[in-house]
Design a protein around this ligand. Structure first.
Ligand code: TYD
Length: 208
């Protein structure tokens, strides 16, 4: 069972997660903090969280270096352990809502596709997260061809994952949809073709 104040957003690169989160931040902003129905909301992302040098450095190693999938797993879980145990869990204990851009589902999907065994991801995730998991996950689902066009159009800086071929991203999308089907109580699949404000409306309605 997941933690009811812990929410994650998942999807392929270019699906629109960042845009959606930026929009949520605008709506929730009040006196330099974010609120939903008087409850403070903390936004964060994996791998890495701004302002923490260890997280930023490990993030850089993960997304910019040509390393073995198993090395990616160890770095991701090290990053995650620091992130969840020192940042996410204390915020949840203070009764805040935590919205995280990517979490362990990304590991099952990306490192899983690269050949890391599910069992190894399960064990290391448990060690990193102390079994603290999201109760709700929004999967922004989009055709990788459209996602690619968006990345080019927005001239977003790319990392090594963005540069994998279309087939890779199609497999990633498929894995996300399989995961969402398997855990259909936790996942809410949202069509990434919808307008940003429509997606944001769906998420806010569901969060409430
Ligand atoms: P992200 O922050 O979404 O990239 P961007 O800077 O483009 O917004 O994530 C960086 C990459 O890390 C993404 O392509 C997927 C990858 N990733 C994994 O492979 N496994 C994981 O467990 C996580 C959290 C991310």
């Amino acid at each position: 069972m997941g933690n009811k104040n812990f929410v994650t957003i998942e999807g392929i690169d270019g699906a629109g997660k960042t845009t959606i989160i930026d929009e949520l931040k605008k709506i929730f902003l009040k006196d330099d903090k974010y609120f939903l129905k008087n409850k403070e909301v903390i936004f964060t992302r994996e791998p890495g969280n701004s302002g923490n040098e260890f997280l930023l450095k490990t993030r850089d190693l993960i997304v910019n270096y040509d390393i073995l999938p198993i090395t990616e797993l160890f770095l991701l879980q090290a990053n995650r352990a620091e992130h969840i145990q020192k940042f996410i869990i204390p915020n949840l204990k203070n009764n805040k809502i935590v919205i995280c851009d990517r979490f362990t589902d990304s590991t099952f999907v990306y490192q899983g596709l690269k050949g890391v065994k599910d069992q190894d991801i399960i064990i290391t995730s448990k060690l990193a997260t102390l079994d603290v998991n999201p109760k709700r996950t929004y999967l922004i689902d989009l055709d990788p061809k459209i996602a690619r066009k968006r990345i080019i159009k927005n001239k977003r800086t790319t990392n090594k994952f963005d540069n994998y071929d279309l087939n890779f991203h199609q497999q990633i999308r498929k894995r996300y949809l399989q995961l969402a089907k398997k855990e259909n109580k936790r996942f809410l699949i949202i069509d990434g073709n919808k307008k940003v404000n429509e997606i944001v409306e769906i998420i806010i309605k569901d969060l409430k």
